[in-house]
Design a protein around this ligand. Structure first.
Ligand code: TYD
Length: 210
């Protein structure tokens, strides 16, 4: 399965939302779910890491319990949560025609955060992600490029990282968008949510041909 191809059935889709912490992804995911349901699609929202019993435990470990760890160990724990989510939630849901999974973060977070941010080998990231995703790759990715909308205080271990980490993460997303411009669309996340959403819908219409 090539990037941009359909995962299981030509009539099901997975779209992901990416960007720095607090840029407003969740708001856009909610607006997108409502819009797609209004268009007649069956929609399932997933959030990474999490969404399964194992994934929620890994989320707790990664975001709240352990501070100091090897970067590859961190990547592999995110990947473990993803493997569980893909097999138990995403694949069964996408088996039905007209299904759309909206992912609040997915494979590209690995490349941006653990690859660009922490220096984990991109070859390792691709190999592991390809394997755990069972060919379920996003047909479209909305990268919300902007600053945090929250109060600026850190709520978890990753948010507490220094500024230069997030500068590298942002460059990681830029590299992805440059490399795969058809799949990864940059949207100015600093606009009003309505303006951001208008751009989200424009991309979705192009991907869905509607
Ligand atoms: P979360 O509370 O879900 O925040 P956000 O609204 O920013 O998505 O935190 C998830 C954190 O995990 C976020 O800092 C990004 C990070 N992350 C990675 O570093 N690698 C990954 O593969 C994923 C899925 C998330």
């Amino acid at each position: 399965m090539q990037p941009g191809g359909s995962p299981l059935d030509s009539m099901s889709w997975l779209f992901s939302f990416e960007g720095l912490d607090g840029v407003g992804k969740s708001t856009q995911v909610d607006l997108t779910r409502d819009w797609l349901e209004g268009q007649g699609y069956r929609v399932r929202v997933i959030r990474e890491p999490g969404g399964t019993d194992l994934g929620e435990k890994i989320r707790d470990l990664l975001l709240y319990q352990s501070q100091h760890r090897d970067a590859r160990a961190e990547f592999l724990l995110f990947a473990a949560a993803r493997a569980e989510l893909v097999r138990t939630v995403v694949v069964p849901f996408l088996a039905v025609e007209g299904a759309v999974v909206l992912a609040d973060r997915y494979v590209d977070s690995s490349e941006a955060y653990q690859g660009a941010g922490l220096g984990v080998d991109l070859g390792l990231i691709h190999t592991v992600n390809r394997s755990v995703c069972q060919s379920v790759w996003p047909q479209g990715t909305l990268w919300l490029d902007g600053v945090r909308r929250t109060d600026g205080s850190a709520h978890d271990v990753i948010e507490a990282r220094p500024r230069d980490f997030f500068d590298r993460v942002r460059l990681g997303y830029q590299t992805l968008a440059d490399r795969e411009p058809k799949r990864v669309v940059r949207i100015n996340g600093d606009q009003d949510p309505e303006q951001v959403f208008a751009e989200v819908v424009r991309s979705l219409r192009a991907w869905l041909h509607c």
